[in-house]
Design a protein around this ligand. Sequence first.
Ligand code: IVH
Length: 696
Amino acid sequence: MGSLGAVPDAANRERAGERAEQLRDAIARHDERYYAHDDPEISDAEYDELVRELLAIEEAFPDLAVAGSPSSRVGAAPSATFAPVVHRVPMTSLDNAMDAGELAAWGERVAKGLGGAAARFTCEPKIDGLAVSLRYERGELVQAATRGDGRTGEDVTANVRTIAAVPRRIAVPDGSPTPDVLEVRGEVFMPIASFERLRAAKVRENEERAAAGRKPEPLPVNPRNAGAGSLRQKDPRVTASRDLSFWAYQLGEVVGAPAFPSHDESLRWLASLGFPVNPEVRVVGSMDDVAAYCRHWEPRRHELGYEIDGVVVKVDDLAQRAALGFTSRAPRWAIAVKFAPEERNTVLRAIEVSIGRTGRATPYAVLEPVFVGGSTVSMATLHNREQVAAKDVRPGDTVVVRKAGDVIPEVVGPVLSLRPEGLPAWEFPAACPCDLRTPLVQAEGEADTRCVEPQCPFQRDQRIIHFASRGAMDIEGLGEKTVFALSDAGFVVDPGDLYSLTAGQLLQLEGFAEISAQNLVASIGRSRERPLAKLLVALGIKHLGPSASEALASEFGSLKAIVDAPAERLAEVEGVGEVIAASVTRWFESPANRTFVDKLRLAGVRLDVVERSTLEQTLAGRTIVVTGTVPGWSREGAEAAVKQRGGKATGSVSAKTDALVVGEAPGASKVTKAAELGVRVVPGEQFEDLLAGRIL
Ligand code: IVH
């Protein structure tokens, strides 16, 4: 994206003119794909960037602005499938604020526009759906229309009538008159749960298609597109099957209804008439509070059951709104504060497979690096063979990449309209990518494809990385890169070799100096004293996770006692069970594994360290869930404290939960669940009372 100098000289002007032309063409093309076909090629954020660049040019060179420029238009002309509807009150778009600075600048413009008078603001989640206008005449829903280009939309009445959240008749409270005309504006959207059901159903359909030798159909990529596509169906029965929903957020044309002094009051009135109004709407008294509302929701956007892409801020007082008025594109009294985008398009350069410590071959996407969801993403897992086939992503495709909050990045699917002609489908490699080139096998009925060669150097490296990891032997300073270097140099073949490493050897590796080499040797040495439970995790026995390891360690006290115990005895331990017990027994039966354990023992690794809690077992038999931050405690620390007192610390609230400890910034879903199930809720400040046994 070319940036233009601030000084508008002739050469700049010419370049700007050409660029504006290009941008207008591109915007028109993307409008068409987005509004008329519900199949955008670029993400909303990328589209916004194009529009903003065009606006910047038109601002610097006002004579370059042409009538009907996309910068002054909203959306696209309606398609031929639906009858046109002319909006009596135009459905304008909103200006965007991309960061706190732009939001503050809007606040200043509003203050100036109001001659310095104080204002109150309504803050609303910005629903990422499809704007519609609902027209009620004498209480009856007579027409529903999309926004279209802001002046003319599409008649989607039959489809909107299938949405349960949209009242067909207004429920006027006793005694109040039914308005002659009431136009309610709001957003039709697909709740995330509905989207996931739809996507899962499509995946199943594709499996059936594949079995019948038919081509898969593209999967829905996100709730917005799926929602828009569902609303704009020729057959309302299809819309009805998609579980769409609706939030009302604005009045349009109104005849024969009370006049309201504020937006907030109009929303309350709408709610009283039976319209769904978002419960997170707040009225605040200052721009600082507006900014705080935005800061609150950006990290919590995933706690809602629907997608939001920002916050809409509106001047609440309707007389003040009238005084502020509109620009050619949008009201001056409202602004859309956009969150950082969580979806971007990028090019899939290649699909490669990585080999895990158990030999599992996991395909992953190598991407043209793209900034999304707050970080640069250049790789994303594709899970397994079936996932690649289901998504039908091919090297060379433009793909949608999504990174939501802390969630690991995901390739959602290809943008089929941008697929180069004749692009071949990807084939799972036949051999392990390591030098041994062992054939990869997929066992009957298993989702995973594996390298079954235990000597595979990739598996070996991964076993060492796992051994040294935080939840296992916790060897500080032994990261992936060092393991690869040690393995390349031939210094370590299995984790047991770590204990004979010398600082002199480490100094031969790139990036090590005297101090760092000695530090690593020391932290390897310290790991000899790790508790038995952690050592069990480090061994990497199939199915044996941290909590079963903990249970075995505290029950048996030493590795020898575990090895000597028959499988039935292991299975009796609470939290172990038959599958884990059988796997543990089988692991210790292997001569290679026994030799490995001997090697660790001879290297001085302790096989019998068990930390016994000397604390009173005040929470014995109790299951506790901690959500949010308990003042003075880290999450791990709080959970460990529960365990040290005999309690179980779990991650989700169920009927078995004895108490939910609610710290700062708790997960809303956990609190709701606890309320539903009648689980006792303990405020974070009382956590220590809980530990002391004074609450349960
Ligand atoms: S008010 C003149 N409120 O965002 C005011 N819009 O970027 C009209 N949207 O066209 C819109 N949530 O499709 C408003 N709480 C909300 C909204 C909202 C989502 C959408 C709507 C609008 C677009 C503007």
